[in-house]
Ligand binder design. Structure first.
Ligand code: 5GP
Length: 220
């Protein structure tokens, strides 16, 4: 029996990429990141950052962040174990390097929830294997409302985060995609659209040339 062309077609693979979401605090980036990472259909690994910030009551060590002290953070940094790091709102945050290398090496994709300083560092190291998305709030009034409603930070911390929001928002133009999050479901669908399109990008697909050559070699 002759093999069908489908069975004999060379397989098309893909290089993995890093999907970075950034936004001012309260714009919904963490909710979006966690939602897309939790959906098995996307097969995305979530990068768990290390931070020197105090754990919020709802956070679980090792799940939301790995909470460490300044000394441990400095040791990771000096040993070059962080792919990127930054000081944000007076605390230190960083992305452990090894899990990222493992995921990308296996041809899978990873999602990061990091700020613009970290985004710049990752982009300068991994260039075309990075896709960046900036999440904007529909208004600053809504941002304040969301931070107050979350009620996990002290009033002082909220004020500090709002003051930083204007500065962070000005980084929007460094990103590949921008989503205005006035409806979480719509924002989620936009994010899914970005993932679908980026996974189809010709440049990061392996085996396309052989596949097309096979197509053209088929008899009429
Ligand atoms: P939060 O304290 O609200 O969890 O995060 C504060 C900010 O730090 C957010 O903008 C978040 O994206 C950013 N952030 C979290 N983890 C990292 C990280 O590993 N590296 C960098 N550069 N920023 C991070």
């Amino acid at each position: 029996m002759q093999a069908s062309s489908k069975e004999s077609a060379p397989s098309i693979g893909r290089r993995g990429f890093i999907l970075i979401l950034s936004s001012p605090s309260g714009a919904g980036k963490t909710t979006l990141t966690r939602a897309v990472a939790a959906d098995p259909k996307w097969g995305l690994d979530l990068s768990i950052s290390v931070t020197t910030r105090q754990r919020r009551p709802s956070e679980i060590d090792g799940k939301h962040y790995t909470f460490i002290d300044r000394e441990a953070f400095d040791a990771l940094r000096s040993a070059d174990n962080l792919l990127e790091w930054a000081e944000v709102h007076g605390n230190f945050y960083g992305t452990p390097r090894r899990p990222v290398e493992k995921v990308l090496g296996a041809g899978r994709d990873m999602i990061f929830d990091i700020d613009y300083q970290g985004t710049r560092q990752v982009r300068s190291k991994l260039a075309e294997d990075v896709v960046t998305v900036f999440i904007l709030p529909p208004s600053l009034a809504e941002l304040r409302h969301r931070l107050e409603r979350r009620a996990e930070d002290s009033p002082d911390t909220i004020e500090k985060r709002l003051a930083n929001a204007r500065m962070e928002i000005q980084r929007w133009s460094e990103y590949d995609y921008v989503i205005v999050n006035d409806d979480l479901d719509d924002a989620f669908r936009s994010l899914e659209g970005i993932l679908i399109a980026e996974r189809l990008k010709r440049e990061r697909r392996v085996g396309l040339t052989a596949f097309v050559e096979g197509l053209l070699a088929e008899p009429d």
